[in-house]
Design a protein around this ligand. Sequence first.
Ligand code: PAN
Ligand code: ZN
Length: 209
Amino acid sequence: MQHNNSPIPDGGAPTRNRPFGLDLREPFTHLDGFDGHQQRRLSALRGQFADEESYDRLVAGDPLVYEVYEMHRPKIAGELLSGISIIHPGQVGDEFYMTKGHFHTVRATSEIYYCLHGRGYLLMQTEEGDWAAEEFYPGRVVYVPPHWAHRSVNTGKDDDLVTFFSYPANAGHDYATIEQRGFRKLIVSKNGSAVIVENPRWLAGDGGR
Ligand code: PAN
Ligand code: ZN
């Protein structure tokens, strides 16, 4: 293995400029090949869960909802960013733990997810209000086309949802649009099953017009 570390052009951490490989195998607890690790607690998802009473009760303990391991690369067109996201099991009221969700700042950029472990959905929507939910289970690939916001939802009872993702390094993240409007659909537990229901608080956008 030859790693040639040199400063990256956008001033970030040193990076690898030689081809390299990584092992992604169970258990996903020692992800040493990745450069960055972010943790998102429930307090980072304020306003996103429908049941505000349950949210307020649970946020006092501020549980860890999800973690992201990233491979650092220059954030320029032509590079790919990739990593692992791990959504822990849990609910706020009857709504499953999920990521914040975002559009890419550069709307014309796509993303690909590969499910390594667990069960769940990738919930997606356009600014015009079209929506889709693609199932995650081990071995499943989900493609996010350009212009579609995306949020991972863990519908497993006791199990983490683990996915590998990759997207163009110049994509950027627009969280504000989802923070303000929410997703059109919620994924909730009903009689022991995951069901997709309308979000009564979703604010339809104007599609940028
Ligand atoms: C993923 C997500 C990751 C965490 O890397 O960033 O799953 O979700 P949030 O960014 O919505 O908190 C991705 O889609 N990157 O573009
Ligand atoms: Zn993304």
